[in-house]
Design a protein around this ligand. Structure first.
Ligand SMILES: [Zn+2]
Ligand SMILES: [Zn+2]
Length: 1103
């Protein structure tokens, strides 16, 4: 690992800078890693080339964006999105998980990597430089390259180091530009649009001090320098940075400036001299007035510092973000050439820093409302809307909360001491509560719990301000060229892509200079701003608070957790939790038709888009082969951390590395909740991503009409749902499964089993639950004797014990589990003999590799009594890698000319997370990446679709302000406020909880096995097994390529198999019960392309 050459720069130099910013403590600066300098990361051209290269392959076609609005949720992590949409739905008295934020309906989703040149975990300044100027830079710097060290004024003045933002590019093209924020307009994010500053904290001259007389402060730059002085709209907070310290503003607050200037007056004077109409406003009434007069220039500063949190604001005097956005759009739309507007929901970040989880979610909902307002005002035809975040936070969505449970409430379980823990909690921050007599306190017993929006959720590491997170953030796009925002890319690519779509700036353009301006857009005449007086909002708030109290009363009904000993050591106790609470849900969700219809409509919309672009005709091939790779529990933070580890193992800094599948052209996000579960398990999700129907937690291949453990209900065949493996077999293709877990475990079982209880892997478990295995056959039996399992050409993984009688021992000495005396491994072979087909059973690596030269028609490989060993703990001579298994499976299956479906699971990522063993979880993720790479080398992009996703998240956070290249498995750069180090990777719950020592947090770095793969990462809440996470997971796809178009991908999780089986390209193969026109595949004879909003019947091709 790369460790040399870091030089600590004096901390004292930073002491004065950020006293105004309690949220972002200054970290010790290190000199840049020489490897990064050698590569040129300190030069703008490095990042420009890095961002322009992917655009070169694009053919310019489609519409161009006249207007571009970039919406930025400061600190709006992927878990924040999932939690905020759930709260949004619950405020409308729904279960919540099925809701969407306005921009989550956008057609394209991507993921952005947020690290900065010297920071593994970004701040809002270097990230603003990336997403507005297109170049990565050093933490704390704005609009300058990484050649400028933080606070180095003279370096920032070198023209070679100064960067133009996309706002400047728009102005240079004759368009207009503006900024809107709920933070100070001089704060880091909006300042990225206009400032060049070596220090984000230099908001007024008072911050600059006397050591940097040559540099001008950020407010001064906004008023007197380009491009800020050309901005038509500047709306937000931060009056104090414009006013003298002796000057008292209209709300009685003093300025901060020491130069005696009044920049608000100077701004007005500048417009007056230029003979332009202008207005300065500082309250909502004045804003409404400006909305009527629409001056050419508008400056609105509504608070001395940041705007108040929406829930706490003065609703008569302070406007909402949506109102600010509307006025900005109206003024900017006066320019017929178009505009660039930056809109920031700036206080999501601040609420997270304070562990005010409700405020963070509410501010996210406010951003959603602003996006919604812009969507209504602007046409999809000529206006590109992009929504993203600058960096993540360390809030996790944890516990096994039931569907519709109050997302702001406690999780359903208790910790090992019997104390509750919150569904939403943080790994660090001011919400730390010291242990009392060595026991974690019950935060729900606090007086202001669930009443006060400023109640802090609990955390593990005490810090005065919670830290940012290092995991990837989502990108959503709508409007011209939206599809180019799919995939995983560096954050600095975003402005290059926006500029490409808008045909502005120095880089490549979609229109090659041929951009024609259409007619002047007609804004809908709106009464929003006048109509939305404060009173209704206040009523809503009061109603919401009342409802909240009722909800929390419901929460008091808590059940005793019953230990469940048979089956799964990682997921015990869930089934009892499941039955605890009744909640109201849409009864339709219990039928398969409901989910199939929903998924097919989503497939139809996408096919409609594709058909439209291709002039109504489908061109190109369908996928003959489909491989679905599943990283069990492979959350977004897991991806970020695993790729960093992969790079660091190769002696790189790591953050710039990609897992193999992260280079796939298409990305998406999947919502993972199940019918009865806010936070899913691997059984209901397997039913979702393999059978296309959401169902109840713990059940496999049956609808939600079957409750977990209800054997009788599951015998009703109308409750069974078929998997995509069955669809493939019905089409004459082959099918197989590969896993590093037991082949009878929940994920692979989704491909073949129909069972009311995932734990019924052998008949012993069925009997233990007092059911008759003849009525409810166990999963191993179904695999060997029932369709489709009996017809799988390849079955490779672990789990021999589920196939063998309890009085026998397998090849490696593991005792069988079966009580019915059957030896299913023998029976599998007898079945093949009876069918007169060639077959082989193998149980070690050598036997497996030998089959590669002499493949039988049917292959069964069981390499362990239970799960395969963790890769880092396995004997590589006897146990095959996941890549080895995948290779043999593909060799076998590709012999069928019609094609195949293969399911490959990296099953032990999940287990390692449950044990809080982060090292192993990341290593297993890397193993999955290798398996994907092996498959990609064997299968052509022309006819084989590869999809990589996860079933659910976990609660590992990537936290602290670790420097670039910092050991991803090591400690964060700073200490907790208790003087004790904390890990970059840690969990909000699990067995890694350490008992406090003298009521203080234990120092885990003093553990004897610290740093070994066996070492267990720390966790905030003691649980015997860490829980899953409720946040969205990523989807990556490659194959059956479409020139120039990266098909967007985002959906409920159950949409994916439908997408895999439909009609078109990256989305579709030609299999599946709902597509009777199989003879027409691939594609030539397809009847018609489903149109946007097609109904289910219309999706069935006429052939
Ligand atoms: Zn922050
Ligand atoms: Zn799990």
């Amino acid at each position: 690992m790369w460790r040399v050459g870091y030089v600590l720069v004096s901390l004292a130099a930073f002491a004065s800078a950020l006293e105004d910013d309690p949220y972002h403590p200054v970290m010790p600066e290190r000199s840049l890693n020489p490897a990064l300098l050698a590569r040129g990361e300190d030069v703008a051209s490095y990042w420009v080339e890095n961002a322009q290269a992917p655009l070169r392959g694009l053919k310019s076609e489609g519409k161009k964006a006249r207007n571009v609005i970039m919406f930025l949720g400061d600190g709006m992590s992927v878990p924040t999105l999932a939690a905020a949409r759930t709260l949004l739905g619950q405020r409308s008295k729904r279960t919540g998980e099925e809701s969407k934020l306005s921009f989550e309906e956008f057609p394209t989703t991507g993921l952005s990597k947020t690290y900065c040149v010297n920071a593994q975990i970004a701040d809002s300044a270097c990230s603003a430089t990336a997403y507005l100027c297109g170049v990565k830079a050093n933490q704390g710097t704005l609009g300058v390259t990484a050649a400028v060290p933080r606070r180095n004024c003279s370096a920032s003045l070198d023209p070679a180091h100064r960067l133009d933002s996309i706002a400047a590019w728009a102005l240079a093209d004759g368009r207009d530009a503006g900024i809107v924020t709920s933070a100070r307009v001089t704060h880091a994010s909006p300042a990225g649009a206009y400032a060049h500053s070596a220090e984000r904290g230099w908001e007024s001259d008072a911050d600059l001090g006397e050591d940097s007389p040559l540099c001008s402060d950020i407010a001064m730059q906004l008023v007197h320098e380009n491009p800020g002085k050309q901005f038509k709209v500047i709306l937000g907070g931060g009056r104090r940075e414009f006013l003298s310290k002796d000057f008292v503003d209209n709300e009685g607050k003093k300025g901060t400036r020491t130069d005696g200037r009044n920049l608000i007056n100077e701004w007005q004077e500048d417009k007056r001299v230029r003979n332009e109409s202008y207005a300065y406003v500082w309250n909502r009434d004045q804003l409404v007035e400006a909305n009527a007069t629409l001056p050419n220039y508008l400056l609105g500063l509504f608070e001395s510092s940041h705007l108040q949190y929406n829930l706490l604001r003065n609703i008569t005097s302070e406007p909402t973000l949506a109102e600010l956005t509307e006025v900005a759009i109206r003024i900017l739309s006066k320019n017929e050439k178009g505009f660039f507007l930056f809109v920031e929901g700036g206080r999501i970040d601040h609420a997270h820093h304070s562990n005010y989880v409700e405020l963070a979610l509410d501010e996210t909902i406010e951003l959603s409302a602003a996006v919604s307002r812009a969507s209504e005002l602007l046409s999809e035809e000529d206006s590109l809307l992009v929504v993203t975040a600058d960096h993540a936070h360390v809030m996790a969505f944890n516990g096994y909360t039931a569907r519709g449970n109050d997302v702001l409430g406690a999780s359903r379980g208790m910790d090992l001491t019997g104390a509750p823990y919150m569904t939403l909690s943080y790994t660090n921050g001011p919400g730390y509560r010291p242990a009392v007599d060595g026991i974690r306190p019950d935060v729900t017993a606090e007086e202001n719990y669930h009443r006060d929006p400023k109640w802090r959720s609990h955390v593990d590491v005490p810090l005065s301000s919670e830290t940012h997170g290092g995991d990837d953030v989502a990108v959503f796009a709508r409007g011209p060229q939206h599809h180019i925002f799919t995939g995983l890319y560096e954050q600095n690519h975003i402005p290059h892509r926006m500029a490409y779509a808008a045909c502005i700036g120095p880089g490549l353009h979609a229109c090659n200079g041929a951009f024609r301006v259409a007619n002047l857009p007609q804004l809908p005449s709106s009464v929003y701003l006048v109509a939305s007086s404060g009173a209704p909002a206040r009523d809503e708030f009061v109603k919401m608070m009342r409802r909240r109290v009722l909800l929390s009363l419901n929460l008091l009904i808590v059940l005793a957790s019953v230990q469940y000993s048979i089956g799964d050591e990682y997921h015990n106790g869930l089934r009892e939790l499941l039955r605890a609470e009744r909640f109201k849900r849409n009864e339709e969700e219990s039928s398969s038709g409901y989910w199939i219809r929903q998924a097919q409509e989503s497939v139809g919309r996408r096919a409609g888009i594709a058909g439209g672009r291709a002039g109504g005709a489908v061109t190109g091939g369908a996928a003959r082969n489909v491989v679905l790779f599943l990283g069990d529990g492979m959350s977004v933070p897991t991806l970020t951390a695993a790729r960093t580890l992969l790079g660091q193992r190769e002696s790189h800094t790591g953050e710039e590395t990609h897992l193999f599948f992260e280079d796939f052209p298409t990305s998406g996000l999947a919502k993972t909740y199940c019918v009865d579960a806010q936070v899913a398990d691997s059984a209901c999700t397997a039913t979702s991503y393999l059978c296309g129907v959401k169902t109840n937690r713990g059940t496999i291949g049956v609808t939600a009409a079957v409750e977990r453990g209800d054997c009788d209900a599951s015998t009703d065949r109308s409750s069974h749902v078929e998997s995509i493996a069955t669809w493939a077999l019905a089409d004459g293709r082959d099918a197989g499964i590969v896993t590093s877990a037991r082949v009878t475990h929940a994920s692979p079982a989704g491909a073949y089993a129909h069972v009311a209880q995932r734990d019924w892997e052998s008949d012993a478990n069925v009997r233990a639950d007092r059911h008759d295995p003849d009525s409810c056959p166990d999963i191993a039996y179904q695999l060997v004797h029932q369709h489709p399992g009996v017809d799988f050409k390849v079955i490779l993984g672990g789990g021999r014990r589920e196939f063998l009688p309890s009085n026998t021992f397998d090849e490696e000495g593991t005792q069988g589990h079966r009580l019915d005396g059957r030896n299913l491994i023998e029976e599998w072979q007898i079945d093949k003999i009876a069918r007169n087909v060639s077959y082989r059973y193998v149980w070690n690596r050598e036997q497996l590799l030998n089959t590669n030269d002499d493949l039988p028609e049917y292959l069964l490989g069981l390499f362990e009594g239970s799960h395969l060993r963790y890769n880092m703990e396995a004997d590589s001579r006897t146990e095959p890698s996941l890549a080895d298994l995948t290779e043999t499976a593909i060799r076998s299956l590709r012999r069928n000319d019609r094609g195949f479906f293969l399911f490959v699971e990296g099953g032990r990522i999940d287990h390692a997370h449950h044990e809080n063993r982060a090292t192993l979880a990341l290593d297993e993720t890397i193993e999955l990446s290798k398996a994907v790479e092996r498959a990609a080398a064997m299968l052509s992009e022309e006819d084989s679709l590869l999809v990589v996703t996860a079933d659910h998240a976990h609660v590992m956070a990537l936290n602290g302000y670790t420097h670039r290249g910092g050991d991803i498995l090591g400690v964060s750069d700073s200490l907790g406020d208790d003087g004790i180090p904390y890990m970059t990777l840690s969990y909000t719950n699990g067995p890694g909880y350490r008992d406090p020592v003298d009521d203080k947090r234990a120092d885990v770095t003093k553990d004897e096995d610290f740093g070994s793969p066996q070492w267990v990462s720390p966790a905030s809440v003691p649980l015997s097994s860490e829980t899953h996470g409720g946040d969205d997971v990523a989807v990556f796809a490659r194959g059956a390529p479409e020139p120039n178009v990266h098909r967007p991908l985002r959906a409920e999780q159950h949409s994916s198999p439908h997408g895999l089986r439909g009609l078109h390209r990256t989305w579709f193969t030609c299999i599946g019960a709902l597509v009777p026109g199989r003879a027409g595949c691939p594609l030539g004879a397809l009847g018609r392309i489903p149109r946007s909003g097609s109904r289910l019947e219309e999706l069935v091709p006429t052939s």
